[in-house]
Design a binder for this molecule. Sequence first.
Ligand SMILES: [Zn+2]
Length: 228
Amino acid sequence: MQQFHDDTESRKSTSRAETVPGVREMLTTLISLPSISSASAEWDHSNEPVVRTLGEWLEALGFSVELLAVPDMPGKYNLIATLGSGSGGLVLSGHTDTVPFDDKRWQSDPFVLTERDNRWYGLGTCDMKGFFPLAIEAAKAFTAADLKQPLIILATADEETSMNGARALAEAGKPNARYAVIGEPTSLKPVRMHKGIMMERLMFEGQSGHSSDPGPQWQRQPHVPYGR
Ligand SMILES: [Zn+2]
């Protein structure tokens, strides 16, 4: 865990707040920082540059910023940024990772925010780096003194793969707020709650054989374990 500063009063400095860029510039920066998560090591990136950048902007706006290393996941971090204090509060949550990309199917550089046909293209513009500039822009209107309960911006790691970022937060019991808005794309229709997911892995050990003839000859076949 790293504290960017120890001023829990989170007083906004007007001059520092002015250093936080606008929505388009924030998104351009976030898109330029690769943060692919993948079960394949050759694709997998650290999300540290993304969370550090978010942390710098949020700290300049008076948020108290924590970076939490995800256990046993080198280079992966969750960020919790809090404006105001006390119990309850509202969480604005997003994941910092993206899926991998297929170079041949892109009409522009996936790491360069590109405007075309009145849309912005880039890896993660919609799902879901784009949520952070919008949340931060909305937060610019407030100081800690304006808030009766805290406003918390949460950025998680590895949602597209292991979900270890969210798991680490759940195990740590952080953050503890009353409401949460998760900025996943839902075609601008608010969706309350979401189906869960359960993953199972089955491992069989033994010798393979055909059900029509499970005789001794099959037991001499090479050992073929399934699921490894
Ligand atoms: Zn997503």
